[in-house]
Design a protein around this ligand. Sequence first.
Ligand code: 1GP
Length: 246
Amino acid sequence: GKVEKKLNKIIEEEGAVYLVLIDPDEKNVEEIAEKVKDYADAIMIGGSIGVVNLDETTKKIKEITKLPTILFPGNVDGLTPYADAVFFMSLMNSTNPYWIVNAPTLGSLTIKKFGLEPIPMAYLCVEPAKRTAVGFVGGINEIPQRKPEIAAMYCLSAKYFGMRWAYLESGSGAEYPVSNEMIAISKRLSGINIIVGGGIRKPEIAYEKVLSGADAIVTGNLLEKNPNAVEEMYDAIKKAGREKLK
Ligand code: 1GP
């Protein structure tokens, strides 16, 4: 697991990683990749809807940067041999077994054939994800923000299943991100790597999330609208990471 090892090393040395999510059908790929290549620790490629240009987008990103590329598949068609790794994920709080275990099972053979590094991850959709694309597609039993212990129990369950990462997702473009309390208790109870994403638009918010216990911060929308925002975001995540390590 080269990519996972690399991320773990950065988390150990710098306190947190910054993952930039690029939509496979994003028109601005070159500009975003060019801007983020000196800041992001890895690039995630994926989304809940639309993967028409996945091969082309991944190839373009690889031409511009040597950063690891990790697929974030919204379904079995979210796989390409041009990436380095894939979050092998179960949407644990879906009401539909397809997203919990069938989609990953159907994708597993393709992952092996493509030689992608699988990184086992629990994907957990937290309020207000229901109002975003992933909530609509994934048929989620949304975790309420006011019940952080439910998210934490899922993270512990993920750990016992052997997963090394859990993603607390409030949905792309969410009005508000996952609470600090939910992140803290999830990290404390499970000890696995906690990824936080959805609705993170300000550096000071990312800073708080890392200090609360997030090991990885994901931003998507933010850089699609303004690729220059990457630098401030990176600085805040790394500053919080250093403070957390003290
Ligand atoms: C979506 O959490 C990610 O899966 C990113 O969300 O687009 O709101 O940054 P944003």
